[in-house]
Design a protein around this ligand. Sequence first.
Ligand SMILES: Nc1ncnc2c1ncn2[C@@H]1O[C@H](COP(=O)(O)OP(=O)(O)O)[C@@H](O)[C@H]1O
Ligand SMILES: [Mg+2]
Length: 291
Amino acid sequence: MEERDDASARTTARATAPARTAARTTVPSGIPSLDVRDVTVRFAGLTALDAVSFTVRPGTVHALIGPNGAGKSTCFNVLSGVCRPAAGSVRLGEHELTGLPPHRIAGLGVARIFQNLALPPHASVEDCLLLGRHRLTRAGFLAAGLRLPSAAREDRRHRERVREIAAFVGLERQLDKPAGSLPYGQQKLAELARALCMEPRVLLLDEPVAGMTADERRRTAAVVAGVRDSLGISIVLVEHDMGVVMRLADAVTVLDFGRRIADGAPTDVQNDPAVVRAYLGGQAGPEETAS
Ligand SMILES: Nc1ncnc2c1ncn2[C@@H]1O[C@H](COP(=O)(O)OP(=O)(O)O)[C@@H](O)[C@H]1O
Ligand SMILES: [Mg+2]
């Protein structure tokens, strides 16, 4: 619990500081690297991931790309504990994540945002974000139920933090509205805000701009860049929009049929012959899908 409170204080300090443009070269304190080593996942004869390795450096955006069926979602399932690999390891700093249940991995600061909307549509945006803080709630049901002063103080603290995070993603004026009444792009931002309410150290984003208008894409990309630059959180990004990947990512890992075929800086990966081949074998090349 103490650790999470420190994280909260650190995040608050960063959120109110001016955004650092040189963030890519600065290693934020307290954020460990995420090391994926030789991870293999099999589904009844199909190898969805074949000894895949990559390292997400602290405070960077690391994109995971590849044609449909390449193994990106499976990889996210491994990182979040939904899927247990047949071999390999995932380490966050000194913690081994493989074999831990999803709630323990979330407890270590790995927050995931799903591809499809997962907000309760009738709840207010504020309540949705407060749900994100549930894991950090110290007062038990009894204290809250008896309306003890400590529970009221804690509730106030959480509401303040929710307000700050809503302002960070640009939703401070939407807090009282039902989540389901917001335009699609804002609902996705509310999901991002809910994940930030968990005070994560690593954020897993599965196609955050899918289905958005060009305007919503730009805005969301700017918020994601802000999460890295101002909050110093590491981000693993699965995204089909290569324009967004090239603009945002500090490093890219390319999967094809469960194998890692390239890994490195975005521009190097984009021009890698194996990557071009993988995309041309499927649909469009990575540069052709740029928005
Ligand atoms: N639960 C599952 N059972 C069987 N096969 C699966 C399962 N999940 C994914 N797969 C298969 O594993 C491969 C990788 O899928 P996935 O990780 O969803 O790829 P991507 O997200 O890159 O499109 C695909 O061939 C897919 O059909
Ligand atoms: Mg997928």
